[in-house]
Design a protein around this ligand. Structure first.
Ligand code: GRF
Length: 200
């Protein structure tokens, strides 16, 4: 069992439009820095607009995936976060990152895990013919979207849905869920017992 005090300092990792990051900022979350795996994304612009420090760790600037992972971990650590949020960060972190931040690294995924893990959760749910999908906020472990689940919300699939339309509806629910989860973790602290996340 691992017990964590209420996290106060957040680092958010992004790869895209950063609407989840924006929702956290709008809700008053104490984001101390925003990191990305690429330049030129709206997510970084949002951080800059909010006056936050940003950093970019690009895979191709490192000699290997291990070195990238260690570099990312170092950059994150320099902001002394209590909680790291992967908000649309499209990279799988490695051993070093998890050794430093295991149990303190949260991801949001646009499907009801354990269904449809991976980079195309919305597309895969649609292709499978699922009638209900949604989003999952979970702690990250060494698998792909396999870590202990913190909270989930369901979204109905509509006849004729496109991936884009469904993803937009999921993201509306996802932003609220992420803000709620981060708020609760930050106010109350949490415990992780095996696969169970216990919020007071
Ligand atoms: C979210 O749906 C997230 O779950 C997925 O990518 C989307 C990111 O959206 N992996 P944004 O960058 O926060 O707008």
């Amino acid at each position: 069992m691992a017990a964590f005090p209420p996290p106060s300092r957040l680092v958010v990792l992004v790869s895209g439009s950063g609407t989840n990051l924006q929702a956290l900022l709008d809700a008053g979350a104490n984001v101390v820095a925003v990191g990305a795996d690429r330049e030129g994304i709206v997510g970084l612009e949002r951080a800059e607009r909010a006056g936050l420090p940003t950093f970019v760790a690009k895979l191709k600037d490192f000699g290997s995936r291990e070195e990238w992972d260690a570099g990312l971990a170092e950059a994150v650590a320099s902001f002394e976060p209590d909680l790291i949020v992967s908000a649309g960060f499209m990279k799988i972190v490695g051993k070093e990152f998890l050794a430093r931040f295991g149990g303190r690294f949260v991801n949001t995924h646009p499907a009801l895990l354990p269904s449809f893990p991976g980079a195309h959760g919305v597309r895969d749910a649609l292709a499978y013919g699922a009638k209900v999908t949604g989003c999952t906020v979970h702690f990250v472990d060494d698998g792909v979207d396999t870590g202990p689940i913190i909270a989930q919300s369901a979204v109905e699939v509509r006849p004729g849905d496109t991936e884009e339309a469904l993803h937009e509806r999921i993201k509306e629910v996802e932003r609220r869920l992420l803000v709620d989860v981060v708020g609760r973790l930050s106010r109350d602290g949490y415990r992780i017992e095996g696969r169970k996340v216990l919020l007071p």
